[in-house]
Design a protein around this ligand. Sequence first.
Ligand SMILES: N[C@@H](CCC(=O)N[C@@H](CS)C(=O)NCC(=O)O)C(=O)O
Length: 121
Amino acid sequence: MLSSIFKFFTASPVSSEAAMATAKELVETAISENKIMIFSKSTCPYCRRAKALFAAQFPDEKPVVFELNEREDGADIQNYLAVKTGQRTVPNIFVNKKHVGGNDDTQAAFKTGQLAQLVKA
Ligand SMILES: N[C@@H](CCC(=O)N[C@@H](CS)C(=O)NCC(=O)O)C(=O)O
Protein backbone atom coordinates (compact mmCIF):
# COMPACT_ATOMS: atom_id res chain seq x y z
CA MET A 1 0.00 0.00 0.00
CA LEU A 2 2.65 2.49 1.07
CA SER A 3 4.84 1.51 -1.85
CA SER A 4 2.01 2.01 -4.35
CA ILE A 5 1.37 5.47 -2.91
CA PHE A 6 5.10 6.15 -3.18
CA LYS A 7 5.15 4.97 -6.83
CA PHE A 8 2.19 7.25 -7.60
CA PHE A 9 4.13 10.25 -6.32
CA THR A 10 7.44 9.35 -7.99
CA ALA A 11 5.64 8.85 -11.33
CA SER A 12 3.98 12.24 -10.98
CA PRO A 13 4.69 14.84 -13.67
CA VAL A 14 4.81 17.44 -10.87
CA SER A 15 7.89 17.85 -8.70
CA SER A 16 8.17 20.11 -5.66
CA GLU A 17 10.41 23.16 -6.02
CA ALA A 18 13.00 21.60 -3.71
CA ALA A 19 12.99 18.30 -5.62
CA MET A 20 13.41 20.20 -8.90
CA ALA A 21 16.36 22.15 -7.51
CA THR A 22 18.03 18.94 -6.33
CA ALA A 23 17.38 17.23 -9.67
CA LYS A 24 18.73 20.26 -11.52
CA GLU A 25 22.01 20.16 -9.62
CA LEU A 26 22.35 16.41 -10.11
CA VAL A 27 21.61 16.57 -13.85
CA GLU A 28 23.90 19.55 -14.50
CA THR A 29 26.76 17.90 -12.59
CA ALA A 30 26.24 14.60 -14.43
CA ILE A 31 26.28 16.36 -17.81
CA SER A 32 29.34 18.45 -17.03
CA GLU A 33 31.39 15.61 -15.51
CA ASN A 34 30.64 12.82 -18.00
CA LYS A 35 31.55 12.82 -21.68
CA ILE A 36 28.60 10.62 -22.64
CA MET A 37 25.61 10.99 -20.35
CA ILE A 38 22.51 8.90 -20.99
CA PHE A 39 19.28 9.41 -19.05
CA SER A 40 17.51 6.14 -19.67
CA LYS A 41 14.95 3.64 -18.42
CA SER A 42 16.04 0.02 -18.26
CA THR A 43 12.68 -1.08 -19.69
CA CYS A 44 12.84 1.22 -22.72
CA PRO A 45 13.68 -0.30 -26.13
CA TYR A 46 14.82 3.05 -27.59
CA CYS A 47 17.25 3.36 -24.69
CA ARG A 48 18.59 -0.11 -25.38
CA ARG A 49 19.19 0.82 -29.02
CA ALA A 50 21.01 4.00 -28.08
CA LYS A 51 23.18 2.22 -25.50
CA ALA A 52 23.94 -0.52 -28.06
CA LEU A 53 25.04 2.12 -30.59
CA PHE A 54 27.58 3.61 -28.17
CA ALA A 55 28.83 0.16 -27.13
CA ALA A 56 29.29 -0.95 -30.76
CA GLN A 57 30.64 2.27 -32.29
CA PHE A 58 32.54 3.86 -29.42
CA PRO A 59 33.73 0.86 -27.39
CA ASP A 60 36.48 2.87 -25.69
CA GLU A 61 33.99 5.34 -24.24
CA LYS A 62 32.02 4.32 -21.20
CA PRO A 63 28.75 6.22 -21.09
CA VAL A 64 27.35 7.02 -17.67
CA VAL A 65 23.75 5.84 -17.56
CA PHE A 66 21.08 6.86 -15.07
CA GLU A 67 18.19 4.39 -15.23
CA LEU A 68 15.37 6.72 -14.17
CA ASN A 69 12.90 3.90 -13.50
CA GLU A 70 15.28 2.44 -10.91
CA ARG A 71 15.76 5.63 -8.90
CA GLU A 72 13.57 7.31 -6.34
CA ASP A 73 14.42 10.69 -7.88
CA GLY A 74 13.78 9.43 -11.45
CA ALA A 75 10.56 11.41 -11.97
CA ASP A 76 12.20 14.61 -10.68
CA ILE A 77 15.13 14.09 -13.06
CA GLN A 78 12.74 13.47 -15.95
CA ASN A 79 10.75 16.61 -15.05
CA TYR A 80 13.91 18.71 -14.92
CA LEU A 81 15.11 17.30 -18.27
CA ALA A 82 11.74 18.19 -19.80
CA VAL A 83 12.18 21.80 -18.65
CA LYS A 84 15.83 21.93 -19.73
CA THR A 85 15.56 20.25 -23.15
CA GLY A 86 11.88 20.33 -24.09
CA GLN A 87 12.11 16.55 -24.27
CA ARG A 88 10.24 14.39 -21.76
CA THR A 89 11.06 11.00 -23.33
CA VAL A 90 14.03 8.77 -22.65
CA PRO A 91 16.67 8.22 -23.74
CA ASN A 92 17.85 11.79 -23.31
CA ILE A 93 21.49 11.97 -24.36
CA PHE A 94 24.29 14.49 -23.93
CA VAL A 95 27.78 14.23 -25.43
CA ASN A 96 30.47 16.63 -24.30
CA LYS A 97 27.77 18.77 -22.66
CA LYS A 98 25.80 19.07 -25.92
CA HIS A 99 22.22 17.87 -26.04
CA VAL A 100 21.98 15.22 -28.77
CA GLY A 101 18.37 14.20 -28.04
CA GLY A 102 16.68 10.82 -28.09
CA ASN A 103 17.53 7.58 -29.82
CA ASP A 104 16.32 8.72 -33.27
CA ASP A 105 18.41 11.89 -33.02
CA THR A 106 21.43 9.91 -31.84
CA GLN A 107 21.18 7.34 -34.65
CA ALA A 108 20.81 10.19 -37.18
CA ALA A 109 23.79 12.06 -35.72
CA PHE A 110 25.84 8.88 -35.99
CA LYS A 111 24.93 8.49 -39.68
CA THR A 112 26.03 12.03 -40.52
CA GLY A 113 29.29 11.68 -38.57
CA GLN A 114 28.22 14.45 -36.16
CA LEU A 115 28.13 12.07 -33.21
CA ALA A 116 31.75 10.99 -33.76
CA GLN A 117 32.73 14.68 -33.97
CA LEU A 118 31.00 15.35 -30.65
CA VAL A 119 32.59 12.33 -28.99
CA LYS A 120 36.08 13.36 -29.95
CA ALA A 121 35.51 17.09 -29.32
N1 LIG B 1 11.54 8.95 -30.71
C1 LIG B 1 12.00 8.78 -29.36
C2 LIG B 1 11.10 7.76 -28.66
C3 LIG B 1 11.44 7.62 -27.18
C4 LIG B 1 10.29 7.07 -26.37
O1 LIG B 1 9.14 7.02 -26.84
N2 LIG B 1 10.60 6.67 -25.13
C5 LIG B 1 9.58 6.22 -24.23
C6 LIG B 1 10.11 5.01 -23.43
S1 LIG B 1 10.49 3.63 -24.49
C7 LIG B 1 9.29 7.27 -23.20
O2 LIG B 1 10.14 8.05 -22.82
N3 LIG B 1 8.04 7.28 -22.68
C8 LIG B 1 7.66 8.19 -21.64
C9 LIG B 1 8.20 7.77 -20.29
O3 LIG B 1 8.77 6.67 -20.13
O4 LIG B 1 8.03 8.57 -19.37
C10 LIG B 1 13.47 8.36 -29.39
O5 LIG B 1 13.94 7.92 -30.45
O6 LIG B 1 14.16 8.48 -28.37
